[in-house]
Design a protein around this ligand. Sequence first.
Ligand code: SF4
Length: 426
Amino acid sequence: MTSPAVKDDSMARQKELIGAYYKRLALAPSTGTKTVATFVPGNLTELIACFDLVPILPEINALQSGMRKLSGGYIGEAERQGHSEDVCTYVKCDIGMSEAGNIGPTGEKLPNPDLLLLSYTGCFTFMKWFELLRERYGCPSVMLHVPYQGAGRVTPEMKRYVVDQLRGVVIPALEKLSGRRFDIDLLREKLRLSAKAEDDLVAVWESGKHRPSPIDGYFGGVYYIGPIFTAFRGTSAGCEYYAMLRREIEERIREGRGPVTPDGDMKSERFRLVVEGPPNWTNFREFWKMFTDEDAVVVASTYTKVGGLYDRGFRHDPSDPLGTLAEYCMGCYTNLSLPERVKLISSYVEEYQADGFLINSVKSCASFSAGQLPILREVEKRTGRTGGFIESDLVDPRYFSAANLKNRIESYLQMVEQKRSAGAVA
Ligand code: SF4
């Protein structure tokens, strides 16, 4: 990812880690390393790593292409092949990228996947996407069916259902691909490291409750989730990164400093916001600056929780290795019902003392966008805080209208200001 202008040490380390991950992928054909394509929500990183396999994460590749301004061309190529304008642009970006030679963010060719592992967490597009990749690469595919949390909770039956599939379907497929036997103690060890990194990441998220917030929990947050959402959960390198990040943030709190922004440290905090929905990647810095120019900081966001709601208490648990993976998959944000999402966003608004909350509705992602207007109304009703609604896309540059967005964000913040002043007078 492109980094902001002023860097903390953790940002350089983050870049190194992601670079090393892509390097390992690029070298996979020559080192004989096998790869498993899988998605971020509900990923089984620790389990995959037990077999010395490396994950390929198509959404991460797509967002990287978006940040490098390559996604528009890739999407155009996929549409020329007949993919409709309505299809999720991550999918079209991925298809276009593979047509263009599958060159990854380090400029090296990414390997074809040896296995498609679909943890099905709430998005139907995941399934259609892997059907396309199965045709393209002709590799085997495995599906872990993850029950939807319709009633807002995980029952023992749901958990058993997922664990049985891990035992009976997923692990045998990984054993077959790697030629290794499953070692449950190795998985326990990796899960122990996961929980350690998750503790540190939660301390970073919770720092957004301070005034001024030392972090931006959305724009800055996407850098923080890079390692834990890709290949570094359950690794010592991941633990070291999150310990380093936590130390830096704690130092910012001690010094009363605001978060890193594209223009250096934020000097004053006028607005504290909660944001729902993924960011736009094609104009990421420009989008971020629309907030920092108004001294608006995002104190908490839902997007940074798509790979795990650790701040609500979940930790990978080494004492129940397969059960904890099942619970993790079912607890992902994309697998939550609308009432649960409303509850989560409302609790963020209250706990982080936000002045308002803003929904960035991305055209591509029905998983996020469906129900966002009722969510907006309900969160407004529960919290009494001003809600706002803007629209963009993940990686399709045709849906990023800078002037329009800037205008909407400025008007929204004026509304927040008016309501705040009225509240102060009343
Ligand atoms: S629709 Fe949303 S959740 Fe589904 S693949 Fe696209 S971006 Fe991901």
